[in-house]
Design a protein around this ligand. Structure first.
Ligand SMILES: [Zn+2]
Length: 121
């Protein structure tokens, strides 16, 4: 009776360990995929920032400054005019975010309200 209980218990533990090993394997795979995606996004981000800096250096500095200081939108953005504005508008229509929130990322889900409100100023 006692022996049977012990064996049943060990059997149960073995099953649990097997399950944990499978879960750990899944997590390792997920982390690996996330790290690869992160690496790819970092490279893409770096490349896009280089392009933006070349296309609209003043706007990039202004955007970065705003991102760092977390200014509420609607303040201090009235002077975006002329060539810089055209460059940003073109980048937006080429599929990139130009808003504070996702600046420099590819737009993957159609129009962005943050970008549009910036363009409509
Ligand atoms: Zn956006």
């Amino acid at each position: 009776m006692e022996k049977i209980n012990i064996f049943a218990h060990m059997q149960e533990m073995e099953t649990q360990l097997e399950g944990m090993r499978n879960t750990l394997a899944d997590w390792k795979q997920t982390v690996k995929e996330l790290m690869e995606a992160n690496q790819q996004l970092s490279l893409e981000n770096e490349q896009l920032r280089r392009i933006l800096k070349r296309e609209a250096p003043l706007e990039v500095e202004q955007r970065l400054a705003e991102t760092q200081t977390q200014l509420p939108s609607g303040e201090g953005q009235g002077e975006v005019v002329g060539e810089g504005y055209d460059n940003l508008a073109r980048l937006y229509h080429e599929g990139f975010h130009i808003c504070n929130v996702y600046f420099g990322h590819l737009r993957t889900e159609g129009d962005c309200l943050f970008c549009l409100s910036f363009l409509n100023k």
